[in-house]
Design a protein around this ligand. Structure first.
Ligand SMILES: [Zn+2]
Length: 69
């Protein structure tokens, strides 16, 4: 089963979960990923305007950089 086929197969289960997480949203439109907004707390820190410089890197990348020296 490929990636997309698996996602289609899991969709009914994911919709049930999405309705549990967002009870006010009957359409379960975020069933794919459960991400409902792109505010500074939910978004990718790399794209956030709150951070700059080293803070834009993921924790994994910061650890790798620290280990390199
Ligand atoms: Zn948010």
């Amino acid at each position: 089963m490929g990636h997309s086929a698996k996602r289609r197969h899991e969709l009914p289960r994911m919709k049930v979960k999405a309705r549990k997480v967002y009870p006010h949203m009957d359409t379960a439109k975020w069933a794919n990923h459960l991400k409902g907004c792109s505010c500074n707390m939910c978004c990718n820190p790399r794209r956030s305007k709150l951070f700059s410089g080293d803070e834009l890197l993921t924790m994994q990348e910061r650890r790798a950089a620290a280990a390199a020296y």
